[in-house]
Design a protein around this ligand. Structure first.
Ligand code: HEM
Length: 163
């Protein structure tokens, strides 16, 4: 019994301050307004931060305008957006905290292996927030919900990243 109580604490402890149901609902409803704009989101990220584009072997050194309409670009944009959709779908439910922790830890470890830095994840976050602010019904409550969600996500990912 004690063992299970400690185990439960460890799983929940992976996310110290989970999103409230209200905040999760705000993130879900705003994400729904843009989650079909996959390539547009990746374009905004690469445009603002060319160093992120440079980490992709298939896009490095290429003109963004010439790659943005390619199948490879659409494929990667869909991967990123689908990942976020998965995490967002799991949010707001205490029983999903362990699953969120697992997939985000793996994302951090996989990107660490590719030489992606915490600073670049921070750049991605800045570009994503700017995209959301420009494309969804925005307000202080929506901004606070996204910041809370991204604080939690980055905290988990960073635990598996070295630089
Ligand atoms: C911020 C800097 C980032 C860089 C430089 C970066 C770079 C990369 C690279 C080089 C790949 C492999 C692509 C391939 O071989 O086809 C990849 C895969 C992937 N990235 Fe990123 N990425 C970044 C951030 C993110 C973020 C924030 C997310 C999610 C929100 C994400 C989600 C994914 C997914 C789902 C894959 C495919 C699955 C995998 O191979 O792990 N990436 N990324």
């Amino acid at each position: 019994m004690k063992f299970f109580a400690i185990l439960a604490l460890c799983v929940v402890g992976a996310i110290a301050d989970p999103l409230s149901a209200d905040q999760a609902a705000l993130v879900k409803s705003s994400w729904k307004q843009v989650s079909h704009n996959e390539a547009d989101i990746l374009y905004a990220v690469f445009k603002a931060y060319p160093d992120i584009q440079a980490k992709f072997p298939q896009f490095a050194g290429k003109d963004l305008e010439s790659v943005k309409d390619t199948a490879a670009f659409a494929t990667h944009a869909t991967r990123i957006v689908s990942f976020l959709s998965e995490v967002i779908a799991l949010s707001g439910e205490a029983s999903n905290l362990g699953a969120i922790n697992n997939i985000v830890s793996k994302l951090g470890a996989d990107h660490n292996g590719r030489g992606v830095t915490k600073a670049q994840f921070g750049e991605f976050r800045t570009a994503l927030m700017a995209y959301l602010q420009a494309h969804v019904s925005w307000g202080e409550n929506v901004a606070a919900a996204w910041n809370h969600a991204l604080d939690n996500t980055m905290e988990i990912a960073f635990k598996s990243m070295e630089h």
